[in-house]
Design a binder for this molecule. Sequence first.
Ligand SMILES: [Zn+2]
Length: 223
Amino acid sequence: MSELNLVLVGPPGSGKGTQGERLQEDLRLPYYATGDILRAAVREGTELGNEAKEYMDRGDLVPDEVMVGLIAERVASSEAADGFILDGFPRTIGQAEALDTKLSELQRGLTAVLLIDVSDEEVVRRLSGRRICLNGHVFHMEFDPPKAEGVCDVCGERLEIRDDDKPEVVRHRLGTYHDKTEPLVGYYEERGILHRVDGKQAPDEVSGRISGLLATLRKEEEL
Ligand SMILES: [Zn+2]
């Protein structure tokens, strides 16, 4: 395959970060979690980073064009010559259009959009069971409980639920996902590049499915 330009889409708690990291290792492609790109550009004080910082300092959202510009800088670099894995952007149809425009300016285009599909019920179960200590050790009440309730096995600190993982907050995040991000599914379906992966299975099974899917795409391209 000439290049493999991938986007990962899925609700919070779908495990798409984990899959992105695995793909990065398997495919030896750069993994662009857009939040990380943004923070790095701000820290390094690049032109776009400084522009983004002005918005952030005012408490405003970083505009789509700035985010797309930051992504384009990475995509145009030699490390992404064979492709890239994008996670966290686009989240809206407007962002998807802006990304398409920018990529075509770079004579590039998306190869596939992988939707990691997980039901709301499963997302709430996964996220609201998470407990974390102040040193960042993570447990799960159902899947990986600590030995003593409410106490970190590793450092003995108290385990707490992050605000983002509280059931009412998770439901709100899911609402935003359904309103803003789910329309992307139709957008990419129309372009024939959307692929659904059942994210309810264990991470190994999900990666297996994704590898199979990408292998099929490569074969189709060879035909
Ligand atoms: Zn701990």
